[in-house]
Design a protein around this ligand. Structure first.
Ligand code: HEM
Ligand SMILES: *[C@@H]1O[C@H](CO)[C@@H](O)[C@H](O)[C@H]1NC(C)=O
Ligand SMILES: *[C@@H]1O[C@H](CO)[C@@H](O)[C@H](O)[C@H]1NC(C)=O
Ligand SMILES: *[C@@H]1O[C@H](CO)[C@@H](O)[C@H](O)[C@H]1NC(C)=O
Length: 364
């Protein structure tokens, strides 16, 4: 099914180009930027504003991380399975997380999104942009501030949300692998390997609430970089609690200061996902390509893609990757929990020096 996601991505873009061919002109926007489609020009002032005033001058910091997380929490609110039972299944990537914020931010699985929702709502109110488009725009722009990230695709034209997504559709870190995989398959037709691709997002992630005693604890040692470290470090044996012990949805991590979700731990070791997980340990270019493809699908869940307009060229090109795949100081291949049974974990070098602690991601 990897093929079908990529194929559908290509065909969506081809259809969009064909459909809008008559009105598409390579345009120079009023502010001097050039784009393939002049219908995208209105995004440049918004881009400039959020880089300065949401992402603190183009940082891959907490707002960029939270905005990427929000793309997921909005989009995953879609369930054909619920619809088949005669219930409202949610509108997917429709901005309902902002439009119906008072309902959706109260859901337990959405704990921690209220600040970024409130910040983003101010920009939605200021510009003539739908909440659904803005959530995906902010996520793609925020990620572009992270060196090593792919330039995500971005389309506009999502209509206003009509209702809040129902509760219970956002996965929790204490869910088991079977229910997580089923939820992703229901929402977006994702197969197990696509879930792994999407979790590349946790390469630029930290947690505020899983263990509130260590706010901003990152999921890997390089939360400001989109790189392979998340896939390497989640495969290492857990040996310590970075803060308090036994929080729901948390398991032991291999590094002081680093937090590990139970769901990431399980997905790295389950035979449905472990080999795909391991495949990203030393292949950033594959991770970039496949994450980008899966994010394209995520960003349009529940939408009629034939009505959307491609504005991908407004998204900034991220800086080049920094560093190479490695084990943190003090850890080696001997610390890997080998889970994939058909291929060995790649041999990687170890950072020099004694074991260190990972610093928290500063909150704004
Ligand atoms: C199995 C599915 C997933 C689970 C159970 C899960 C769970 C979580 C949890 C518990 C946090 C920490 C929240 C906090 O305490 O502040 C988190 C953070 C994050 N998640 Fe996920 N997640 C999943 C999938 C995804 C996906 C598909 C994306 C994006 C495409 C994503 C993007 C992020 C990001 C960027 C953060 C960091 C937020 C920040 O640093 O403020 N997650 N996730
Ligand atoms: C707002 O955007 C829509 C297209 O998304 C356009 O039809 C409409 O004219 C715009 N309104 C204003 C006031 O610019
Ligand atoms: C996984 O979680 C679901 C939902 O909580 C539950 O119904 C199911 O029994 C669990 N499966 C396993 C194997 O634990
Ligand atoms: C995965 O492991 C389970 C039990 O742990 C087994 O029943 C299943 O057949 C295995 N699946 C694959 C694809 O190896």
């Amino acid at each position: 099914m990897a093929f079908s996601i990529l194929a559908s991505l290509v065909s969506v873009l081809v259809v969009l180009q064909a459909a809008s061919g008559a009105i598409t002109r390579k345009a120079t926007c009023p502010d001097g930027n050039t784009v393939t489609n002049e219908a995208c020009c209105f995004l440049f002032p918004i881009l400039e504003d959020i880089q300065a005033n949401l992402f603190n001058g183009g940082e891959c910091g907490s707002e960029a991380h939270e905005s990427l997380r929000l793309t997921f929490h909005d989009a995953i609110g879609f369930s054909p399975a619920l619809t088949a039972q005669g219930q409202f299944g949610g509108g997917g990537a429709d901005g309902s997380v902002i439009t119906f914020a008072s309902i959706e931010t109260a859901y337990a699985a959405n704990a921690g999104i209220e600040d970024i929702v409130a910040e983003q709502a101010q920009f939605v109110a200021k510009y003539n942009v739908s909440a659904g488009d803005f959530v995906q725009f902010a996520g793609a722009v925020g990620l572009s501030n992270c060196p090593g990230a792919p330039q995500l695709d971005f389309v506009i034209g999502r209509p206003a949300a009509t209702a809040a997504s129902p509760d219970g559709l956002v996965p929790e870190p204490f869910d088991n692998v079977t229910s997580i995989l089923a939820r992703f398959n229901d929402a977006g037709g994702f197969d197990p390997q696509h879930v792994v691709w999407l979790l590349s997002s946790h390469s630029v992630a930290a947690a505020e609430l899983v263990d509130p005693s260590i706010p901003g604890a990152p999921f890997d040692s390089t939360p400001g970089l989109f790189d392979t470290q998340f896939f390497i470090e989640t495969q290492l044996t857990g040996t310590l609690w970075p803060g308090t012990a036994n929080n729901q949805g948390e398991v032991e991590s291999p590094l002081l200061g680093e937090i590990r979700l139970q769901s990431d731990f399980l997905l790295a070791r389950d035979n449905r996902t472990a080999c795909e997980w391991q495949s990203f340990a030393n292949d950033l270019s594959r991770q970039q390509t496949l994450f980008k493809a899966a994010m394209s699908t995520l960003a349009t869940i529940g939408q009629d893609t034939s009505t959307l307009t491609d504005c991908s060229d407004v998204i900034p090109v991220p800086a080049a990757p920094v560093g190479t795949p490695h084990f943190p100081a003090g850890l080696t291949n001997a610390d890997v929990d080998q889970a994939c049974t058909t291929a060995a974990f790649p041999t990687l070098s170890t950072d020099p020096g004694p074991a260190t602690s990972v610093a928290p991601v500063p909150t704004a």
